[in-house]
Ligand binder design. Sequence first.
Ligand code: OAD
Length: 236
Amino acid sequence: MADFKRIVILTGAGISAESGIDTFRAAGGLWEQHRIDDVATPEGFARNPDLVLSFYDKRRAALASASPNPAHVALARLEREFAGELLLVTQNVDDLHERGGSFRVLHMHGELQSALCTSCEVRTRWHDTMRNRPPCPVCQARSLRPDIVWFGEMPYEMGRIYSALESCDLFVSIGTSGAVYPAAGFVQEARAAGAYTLDLNLEPSEGSRLFDESRLGPASLLVPAWVDDVLSCAEA
Ligand code: OAD
């Protein structure tokens, strides 16, 4: 592996699969158990808020029994030891990157442990349930929703992400199917900027053919090995 100076990493549900968090599109995954329209759109929330709040309450509670795996820990090591610029973007709404030791994580699809008030628009750290309609700690309105970017809504921090993609020399996608835009288009942005592109995934994904290189296997093995490569090239 060459000596890279500016790396953008995009992670998806596959990096947390070995921690026991369900992916979306696997057989038996979340989108086979629930209809996207019901639980992951503003219209679904307007139709049946109880269903949506319960869905995210259960997912938030499930986080308590999950632990970061060696892939999360390896990316935290990269953050500590890599001398160049690194942007870690995740589509995941869990906190396993942070619990694995990463401090700078950009959650483009929001976070399970955050509440968004639809009255005052303030985002608050949230570890409890929401289906009992607790008041917003800032404005007291009972109008909290999960701070999750639903289909049809704009992901967070797109300006920062695109500007990092425009100047990166390595783009790495880890454990994502490449089925959901805008994240699925990041590889093309990075390629247009002249970056080398690497896909780390359990199996070939929808977007694999867009990458310069694909490595197949479980994230808990692939990611620590890749981080070793990057750090040893930087030392050499
Ligand atoms: P998907 O469920 O679409 O894809 C998960 C990917 O991880 C697949 O390509 C699997 O092959 C791979 N995978 C599974 N286990 C793995 C392992 N142990 N090691 C490495 N790879 C593994 O999840 P995402 O691509 O993250 O958005 O989904 C993108 C977005 O679609 C989500 O953020 C969510 C969803 O709808 C919203 O809710 C807005």
